[in-house]
Design a protein around this ligand. Structure first.
Ligand code: 4AD
Ligand code: MG
Length: 479
């Protein structure tokens, strides 16, 4: 393969060689004698400086070298006398591949708001901030595959179209080819999905777990990594209608093995980010500090890289739901009416304000909470001997709240079926799932990591729409 050189490579190369480079102009400055162009090709946060002798190139050509234009340059790599870079290119040829009319090109060299860039998501990759975010996104995806591959897990592709609702929350997008205006009806007047494409009602998956369990009960350790879809009408900075989830599932793992894996996995990913994305992280950190410079010292968030190190260096606190409720009930914000959802009794579902209180104020480190009331968790979770709680585990992170949700699975077919009947999961359509409990059933566990929640933490971005290239949220499917 013919290898074109990247800015990242050239910045590390030795001066004196003849080089060529393609990229997009970030800025141009200079005078009648000399022109300086900052060129970026997406390979790194850093630009390479192009120095062009203005008298050697037609004025007409140089006029077209504007912010956003695509250009091709060849010349000599030389040591730079200017500060900020080791080398620069002294241009011998310069070609404008694609102009970017300065009157119309939206991404000008000035500070744009994140909202403005969200409306221009098709071009926001060309900014430093989104270049950094999406290079980190790539690195984290790669690290996830590496971690599992190195630890004997198999990548299992679970279907996106399914007839089941894994989480039982009814937040599904229907998949149908029926005519919405004139669907076939049954005798009782309901839509007759037997006539639909798949001969039954189908939807986009909310989780690959159920199929993941089937794989784990033969391959031992599997993971999924794919998009999941939730028609949940929550317009928050932490929810997407389409998000990516990583779901490992392990035969013969109990809830404690599951917790150990989740902690080790997260710490590995954070270490990987520090080892491989430092320049991008430093850029994002500086940006965050700039954003917060007018805040009081105690209101500023922890410096990004320190925050990542802090999570790596601390053992996650493990605590039961029951103990957490006691802490929350007696907490200052609860007593002072500061929580939007007051914590008054055992059994309430926890909101992100409660999760963040425990993590950020009480324990001051990530928390793994277990033993949730069965009523607020899904049907497949292992029922504890107390009859009240299930072997669920949520990993709670600073800034994020819930980053991972998982559990040991109920492997006893009778208990599982009883619970399915109680909560109304249609047993007839789930025989395939129950078969793993009928034949060679065993203790097994797994969890789901929200990929964009992880990225929120690693990049320090505050809105989940800014860590996925093209966000889907209620009333928004642009691009
Ligand atoms: O807690 P959840 O709903 O768990 C499951 O789906 C299980 N089937 C996972 C398993 O045990 N295999 O979702 C898992 C994680 C959450 O902790 C959160 O990080 C993320 O997925 N998540 C979302 N991320 C973005 N937008 C949403 N609407 C999300 N809903 C969940
Ligand atoms: Mg959850």
């Amino acid at each position: 393969m013919k290898n074109k050189q990247s800015v990242k490579e050239l910045l590390k190369a030795n001066a004196g060689t003849e080089v060529s480079i393609n990229g997009w102009v970030r800025t141009k400055r200079g005078n009648k004698q000399v022109v300086f162009i900052a060129l970026n090709d997406g390979s790194t946060i850093n630009n390479i400086q192009i120095v062009a002798d203005a008298e050697q190139f037609p004025e007409e050509l140089l006029r077209k070298v504007t912010t956003g234009a695509a250009i091709s340059v060849s010349g000599t790599l030389q040591e730079s006398i200017g500060s900020g870079q080791a080398v620069e290119i002294h241009a011998k040829t310069l070609e404008v591949l694609g102009e970017a009319d300065p009157e119309k090109y939206p991404i000008q060299p000035k500070k744009h708001s994140l909202e403005f860039l969200r409306d221009n998501a098709h071009l926001r990759f060309r900014t430093n901030i989104f270049g950094a975010v999406f290079r980190i996104r790539h690195a984290m995806a790669f690290a996830i595959h590496k971690y599992f591959n190195d630890n004997g897990f198999f990548y299992l592709h679970t279907p996106l179209i399914t007839a089941s609702d894994c989480e039982g929350a009814g937040e599904m997008f229907r998949v149908t080819t029926l005519d919405a205006k004139n669907p076939p009806l049954t005798e009782s007047g309901d839509v007759d999905f037997r006539k639909d494409f798949f001969g039954k009602a189908t939807n986009l998956t909310v989780s690959g777990q159920l199929e993941g369990e089937l794989g784990a009960m033969a391959l031992g350790k599997i993971y999924t990594f794919g998009p999941t879809f939730r028609a949940e009408n929550s317009n928050t900075t932490r929810h997407l209608s389409e998000f990516w989830m990583i779901e490992p599932e392990m035969a013969f793992y109990d809830i404690y093995d599951n917790m150990d894996l989740a902690e080790d996995f997260l710490k590995y990913l954070l270490n990987y980010a520090l080892d491989n994305c430092l320049e991008d992280l430093q850029y994002l950190s500086a940006r965050l500090q700039e954003e917060e410079k007018n805040k009081k010292a105690d209101e500023r968030s922890m410096e990004l890289i320190d925050k990542i190190r802090f999570v790596i260096d601390n053992k996650f606190e493990r605590i039961s739901y029951t103990d957490a409720i006691e802490i929350l009930k007696n907490s200052k914000p609860n007593k002072n009416g500061k929580f939007q959802f007051p914590v008054d009794k055992w059994g309430v579902d926890l909101q992100s304000e409660h999760e963040r209180y425990l993590v950020e104020k009480h324990f001051k480190k990530p928390v793994i909470m277990t033993g949730y009331p069965k009523e607020i968790k899904s049907f497949y979770m292992k029922q504890n001997p107390d009859g009240q709680t299930v072997a669920a585990m949520d990993v709670l992170f600073p800034q994020i709240g819930e980053i991972i949700g998982g559990s040991q699975r109920e492997e006893d077919i009778n208990k599982l079926m009883t619970r399915m009947r109680e909560v109304g999961v249609p047993i007839a359509g789930m025989q395939y799932y129950l078969d793993t409990r009928r034949f060679g059933s065993a203790v097994h566990s797994g969890f789901g990591l929200g990929f964009e929640r992880l990225l929120l933490f690693v990049t320090g971005m505050s809105n989940i729409r800014d860590v996925i290239p093209f966000p889907r949220t209620p009333k928004n499917a642009e691009f």
